[in-house]
Design a binder for this molecule. Structure first.
Ligand code: ADP
Ligand code: MG
Length: 248
């Protein structure tokens, strides 16, 4: 059997807030296969962003292990290993795009490769290819602020993919977009997942968005309360959400 792409075991994260201990993650275990598209649903404060930040080595767990292709990643929660792990494995997409307004669209997309020291010709070719892929070639020399929300998120997607990471982590990527634009973004992500076998882990509180994934993990109070395959139908996702997340 091929090993999982990512395997999380007994992950916990606690925060101290005055006298109170907050269990942001409370013994979370799951595996993600190569090419899998997983959505994470849960109410606000259930630990979804905490999990994504840890998987992206932006934050350190309190305890637990992360294995990548069956190899324990003990070093990645401290620098310089964290940066290297992110450069080689992770593309991030955020709700508020996180683009740099002083740079052009092209420069924003190129940034991860520039930081990794890739040669200029390769960078130029990949940027052109990706901008075409996300339908933004004619905006290459513009600033992000001249673009609509949906276009800005497509720039962020191109940036997330430029280093060809095996894993894309998306934290509520459609949270600031209207329904139509959000559908466009999800169609793009789904195509990426299918065509390039990029594994996607996407946080959302929207069942419509979650329905694009192959599988949905439901979070409540830092725990996985349900883990189910998705057929793409909205009904079963909403039902599971109501049953396991709202009522516990
Ligand atoms: P979600 O993304 O599901 O809304 P988060 O992962 O952001 O939830 O947060 C999970 C819990 O951890 C919440 O109770 C939140 O208040 C708490 N939390 C997150 N970050 C911190 C922090 N830096 N300090 C203290 N508590 C935090
Ligand atoms: Mg969050």
């Amino acid at each position: 059997m091929t090993p999982s792409l990512l395997q999380i075991q007994h992950m916990t994260k606690t925060y101290q807030r005055g006298m109170e201990t907050v269990h942001a993650l409370d013994d979370v275990s799951f595996s993600m296969q190569e090419g899998e598209f997983i959505a994470i649903m849960g109410t606000s404060g259930s630990g979804k962003s905490t999990l994504l930040n840890i998987l992206g080595a932006l934050d350190q767990p309190t305890s637990g292990t992360l294995r990548l292709r069956d190899e324990a990643q003990r070093e990645i929660f401290t620098e310089p290993a964290a940066t290297l792990y992110r450069q080689q494995n992770i593309g991030f997409i955020f709700q508020s795009f996180h683009l740099l307004d002083d740079l052009t669209v092209s420069e924003n997309v190129a940034l991860p490769l520039m930081l990794a020291g890739t040669d200029a010709k390769t960078i130029r070719q990949r940027v052109e290819h990706l901008l075409e892929h996300v339908g933004l070639s004619r905006w290459a020399k513009h600033r992000p602020t001249e673009l609509s929300g949906g276009q800005q998120q497509r720039v962020a997607i191109a940036r997330a993919l430029i280093a060809e990471p095996p894993i894309v982590l998306a934290d509520e990527p459609t949270g600031n977009l209207d329904f139509r634009t959000s559908t466009e973004i999800m169609t793009l992500l789904k195509a990426l997942n299918k065509e390039q076998q990029t594994s996607i882990l996407l946080v959302t509180h929207d069942a419509q968005v979650a329905s694009y994934a192959d599988r949905v993990l439901y979070f409540h109070d830092g725990r996985i309360v349900a883990d189910q395959p998705s057929t793409g139908e909205l009904g079963p996702i909403m039902e599971t959400f109501e049953r396991y997340v709202r009522s516990v």
